[in-house]
Design a protein around this ligand. Structure first.
Ligand code: BV8
Length: 233
């Protein structure tokens, strides 16, 4: 990293949680090998077979409560605490491992531990199952769904993200395949506004060519090393 960095935007994906034992989507044995995306991560799939979708998210909601944050999550929480400039941590992940490491991520694709009422749009912290069709604590309607952004739905807080991308001087992508938009386009957005761009990933992502620098390896090693560099320059 050359000139002084005062404003960082970080985007994380499933790869940052892989070493905690959470399946990614597109790696071998990943979630999309066990389920067709169209069946479990679209509004149409939910309308077609709500029980299949609720079971898919109930299983993931339970699994995420059995695992722990890894050194990559802890390193980003340290960066949030110690970096003197502006920092926005955006995650595509729906797990709560960033929070449990002490960070405050923007969940652009929603959260496993939150239930959304399709009737009154209230959100509730939810650690149990939804398959039984429990009543919404706010309006009593039996219309709670996972508070997760499915394909074809608008990701959360996009205006805030684009404002941050327009004003950052460094954009860092960690543990994402660059397969899903609009997140996969953030690097181009940041670059277009003059930011430096860095990718930390197990292997080159689909968007690797957009990055000024790419480091390939496990997040549990690359992220603490990079955070150490940022905090000592
Ligand atoms: C939308 C929540 C618009 C559910 C998810 C062209 C342009 C714009 C949009 C589109 C387009 N073409 C198609 C679209 C629509 C679509 C899309 O992008 N489709 C793709 C498949 C082409 N996008 C959407 O529908 C989005 N909405 O565009 O709305 C709009 C506009 C106006 C009005 C209305 C709407 C919504 C997308 C959100 C979908 N929901 N998740 C859930 O979690 O169940 S996406 C899902 O994929 C996850 O959120 C995940 O985060 C995301 C991306 O996956 P990754 O995180 O990257 O995970 P993956 O397994 O792919 O990769 C893991 C990486 O980690 C790998 O590279 C691996 O090498 C690396 N890794 C592994 N281990 C490690 C590691 N790295 C480091 N260390 C390790 N140890």
């Amino acid at each position: 990293m050359s000139r002084s960095i005062e404003n960082i935007v970080i985007l994380t994906g499933a790869g940052i949680s892989a070493e905690s034992g959470i399946d990614t989507f597109r790696d071998a044995g990943g979630l999309w090998e066990q389920h067709r995306v169209e069946d479990v991560a679209t509004p149409e799939g939910f309308a077609r077979d709500p029980e299949l979708v609720q079971r898919f998210y109930d299983m993931r909601r339970a699994a995420v409560q059995e695992v722990e944050p890894n050194p990559a999550h802890h390193a980003l929480a340290r960066l949030e605490r110690e970096f003197p400039g502006e920092l926005l941590l955006v995650t595509q992940n729906v797990d709560d491992l960033h929070e449990r490491a002490g960070a405050s991520p923007l969940h652009m694709h929603g959260e496993l531990l939150s239930a959304l009422c399709a009737i009154c749009e209230a959100r509730h912290r939810w650690t149990g199952t939804l398959i039984e069709g429990p009543p919404c604590p706010a309006c009593a309607a039996k219309a709670l769904r996972p508070d997760v952004v499915w394909f074809g739905e608008m990701p959360y807080q996009m205006d805030r993200i684009y404002r941050a991308l327009a004003s950052c001087d460094l954009f860092v992508s960690i543990g994402t395949s660059g397969a899903v938009y609009p997140a996969a386009g953030f690097v181009q957005e940041a670059k277009g506004h003059g930011a430096q761009t860095l990718e930390l990933n197990l292997e080159p992502s689909e968007g690797s060519h957009w990055f000024d620098e790419s480091r390939h390896g496990r997040a549990g090693e690359l992220v603490p090393e990079w955070v150490g560099e940022v905090l000592t320059t």
